[in-house]
Design a protein around this ligand. Sequence first.
Ligand code: AMP
Length: 283
Amino acid sequence: MNTINTIQNFQAWRKGISGSLGFVPTMGSLHDGHLSLVAEANKLCTHTVVSIYLNPTQFAPDEDLVTYPNNLQYDLEALSQFHIDAIFLPTDSEIYPRGYSTYMQETKLSTFLEGKSRPLFFQGVATVVAKFFNIIRPTHAFFGEKDAQQLLIVKKMVKDMAYPIDIISCPIIRHNNGLAMSSRNTYLSTSEQEAASIIYQSLQNGKNLIISGERNAQKIREKITQTIMQENLLRIDYVSVTDAENLVELSGNISNNILVSTAVFLGKTRLIDNFSYSLSSNK
Ligand code: AMP
């Protein structure tokens, strides 16, 4: 497999590529969620590039940068079933050389939800994604709906900064018990993974409430909260019902397009999940 570690080598390789180029950024420890993005890139684009880079600037000092799971050998093997033209595997000093001082910041959407709990997270994400876009120059980039706010912020950045890139969103891939796949699930024991499946059930309960006609945002939040609280191992960070476009928390009746999302701690492990709902299309 063609692995490239430096910006210079990537740019030299890129010069020889024509046609559409799909880019899938990841932090490694790949699972079927990541691989669904790669499959989509293979389907839509002539060429596919995957990056594996654990981006330090999106981790707060008290977060899990040091313990974040990684297994490059396994990742390369998982990717070998796809058509990958290049894997970009930069080092920290390649992306953030000594004296690095330029950051990208989306200033509205990133103040809500995940941004409230993790103040520098989206600045780190936007910076590394912008830098990768400049290096890789994809025509398409693939992001998972699992990280719904991240997807929205990347779309906004692309629009605001006029990147000539189509952002393709891909549905959440789940385990059989409903738990959204995540690299961080490897922190959980089998019984904890079972306990965490109530997060998905809670969202399903919230969605069913909407389907049965409930329109009050607080009632929907309450239903989800009550369901999660049935599992003693879980501690809620937030349960949120927002307008899907501007991420403003809704108090009265829900708007036409909503994002329902939650972040939950199981021990030190922080898990997120969500669904979007459109009243006009009833799904
Ligand atoms: P990460 O390695 O966690 O930064 O994720 C890389 C990409 O994979 C992001 O666009 C994520 O939204 C996406 N992703 C992670 N988990 C899932 C999942 N369960 N289903 C779909 N996409 C996912």
